[in-house]
Design a protein around this ligand. Sequence first.
Ligand SMILES: Nc1ncnc2c1ncn2[C@@H]1O[C@H](COP(=O)(O)OP(=O)(O)OP(=O)(O)O)[C@@H](O)[C@H]1O
Length: 249
Amino acid sequence: MLKIENLHARVEGKDILKGLSLTVNPGEVHAIMGPNGAGKSTLGNVLSGRDGYEVTEGSVIFEGRDLLALEPEERAAAGVFLAFQYPVEIPGVNNTYFLRAALNAQRKQRGEPELDSMQFLKLVREKLKIMQISDELLHRAVNEGFSGGEKKRNEIFQMAVLEPKLAILDETDSGLDIDALKQVAQGVNALRSAERSFLMITHYQRLLDYVEPDFVHVLADGRIVESGDKTLALKLEEHGYAWLSEANA
Ligand SMILES: Nc1ncnc2c1ncn2[C@@H]1O[C@H](COP(=O)(O)OP(=O)(O)OP(=O)(O)O)[C@@H](O)[C@H]1O
């Protein structure tokens, strides 16, 4: 589904990704861990096509297509979703309206018919049920005045509605209380399927107690330096990243 080879990327003239390679097959959940400033968010931003990130070398093939050649909205329509580390507030824009506009823009790009308000409402109700969340946040402006946890839950709800093929979650667990963490994890698990893959950027192994990854990778200094199963996350929790450099020395 996703094949990243020797990816190099630069931000503001600074090299951040320095030869990152990663393959994700359909249905797999990959956790990306690593020290602060290693380039984890940069990876998510490069994949989603955010402005200001310059790819200087390497390739990214997504479902047989050159992802880097696509515009951000084409990537979204192709099924790439990024849940932001810091979700943005859009004052004055109703959350439900925003979601419907986003979904319909993607459907239009794919040549699918747009959903009218009744069809959309039906979809929203289904998703609210699956995600086990109340509709209270939907009536407010996008993320405006939302608590940190509410913003993260809203991101997961957006993901549920947009039904991406590849979901990149950038520290979606940070700042969540225990109940919200379980709720977000439950949402992710409900969306796991044989066709949908996840890249979960996280600092904490506790998320992985609830969403069991198929693979755990350590991203350090712009590349993947170690990969393993979920026991790798437990070792990192116990010993920290220094252990890895010592073990590899
Ligand atoms: N827009 C930008 N302008 C300047 N430097 C940037 C920009 N975006 C990222 N960087 C730099 O790139 C490096 C990698 O940042 P990135 O956010 O990808 O790291 P990270 O692994 O996600 O870190 P954290 O765990 O702290 O969230 C950092 O040194 C950061 O300061």
